[in-house]
Design a binder for this molecule. Structure first.
Ligand code: EPU
Length: 352
């Protein structure tokens, strides 16, 4: 085990924020975690698990011991009548996994193409795009208990998936997910090592999303292949979302809020053009990007942090932004959306 001190984290967070880890250990195998726990000094420290760094805002140097997940490997581990079961190491790049599964002839992840980050981070925030969420393709995962070093497996119910949410985003003792009484938080308590996905043998395209419907209309392709959808999703994302390699960002900065039908009717009466979607459970989801845009934030900046010109839901690092500047901008946006619409926006990334 190599214990690195004073490690620059700028290359390890997609916002490109300058910060340092006091202590960092790379986890390529389970034994790396067990070695940390066998060391009395390291074992006693609080832990911060770092994946692809695509959903975090660093507001300063990280004092807890950073465990950087670099577990690699991907393979078919099983097959049922319904699905191919594919397992990938938590340190694998998510988008590469999507491309690889398609190339192997196991479709199902195409709507989730080009999402930045690692495989291990995918369940943490239950990544989702264009009508598919990770939980729709999830089979199970392996994780290590950061107190004992023991491996345990969790199925979907145990992960407590919700909209951009899971047990891994909640601190111990803090309930999460739909099964609030059962799922207790695992943030800082568990390190995901392997993720298993169930990719349906009877593949059906998921095309309900407006941007994909537009692609069908434009192209005239009525029955797109998985590769075609993959291509379209990459095009849509490239047109709307900044490439973190070029301009630092963490994807959508806020979750799309849900309101009751009564609240929505009230808002529509005042703002007839508000973009909203009816959900199956009777509530209504509002487009946070639209709300922020309507408050005039698109293209604006606070210090070196800004609101992306093409999608107001994405905050960007214009150059050398600190986590503090990003959070100041985020709070200013929350205040103006609350003052105008009475809606509290909840950040999507984890603020460290
Ligand atoms: N809109 C505006 N102005 C804006 C931005 C959006 O009017 O500045 C309107 C759009 O015209 C559209 C609606 O808001 O009618 C929704 O926008 P979009 O289709 O871009 O999707 P989104 O709701 O902003 C969500 C996810 C994305 C995901 C896309 C596609 C959240 C928080 N975000 O964005 O996920 O890629 O849908 O499924 O749920 C992420 O989580 O990091 C992420 C990028």
């Amino acid at each position: 085990m190599l214990v690195e001190k004073n490690v620059a984290l700028q290359p390890y967070n997609t916002f490109g924020i300058v910060a340092r880890a006091h202590t960092l250990v790379r986890v390529a195998q389970e034994v790396d975690v067990q070695a940390v726990l066998a060391d009395p000094l390291l074992a006693a420290q609080p832990k911060f698990v770092l994946g692809g760094g695509s959903n975090i805002v660093l507001t300063g140097d990280v004092r807890p011991l950073v465990l950087k997940v670099e577990v690699m490997g991907r393979r078919l581990v099983g097959e049922t009548a319904q699905a191919w079961i594919v397992q990938a190491g938590a340190g694998e790049n998510w988008h590469d996994l999507v491309g690889w599964t398609l190339a192997q002839g196991w479709p199902g992840l195409e709507n989730l193409a080009l999402i930045p980050g690692t495989v291990g981070a995918a369940p943490v925030q239950n990544i989702g795009a264009y009508g598919v969420e990770l939980q729709d393709r999830f089979e199970s995962l392996d994780a290590l208990d950061l107190t004992t070093g023991r491996r345990f497996a969790l199925d979907a119910a145990q992960c407590g998936f919700g909209y951009r949410d899971s047990v891994f985003k909640h601190a111990p003792g803090q309930p999460s997910g739909h099964d609030a009484h059962k799922s207790l938080g695992l943030a800082g308590r568990a390190l995901i090592t392997q993720v298993r996905l169930a990719l349906p043998k009877r593949w059906r395209p998921v095309l309900g999303y407006l941007d994909l419907e537009k692609k069908i209309a434009e192209s005239g392709v009525r029955q797109p292949s998985p590769q075609q959808i993959y291509q379209w999703v990459c095009e849509i994302r490239a047109a709307k979302l900044p490439d973190p390699q070029v301009i630092g960002n963490a994807g959508s900065f806020f979750k799309n809020p849900t309101v009751t039908p009564e609240q929505c009717a009230d808002i529509i009466a005042r703002e007839p053009r508000i973009v909203h979607y009816q959900l199956a459970n009777g509530t209504v989801k509002l487009a946070a990007g639209w709300l922020i845009d309507a408050c005039g934030w698109k293209g604006k900046s606070v210090g070196n942090a800004g609101v992306y010109e093409k999608q107001a839901l994405v905050l960007v690092n214009r150059h050398g932004a600190t986590g503090g500047e990003v959070m100041t901008l985020a709070r200013a946006i929350q205040t103006s959306v609350y003052e105008r619409f009475g809606i509290r926006l909840e950040p999507e990334p984890v603020v460290v």
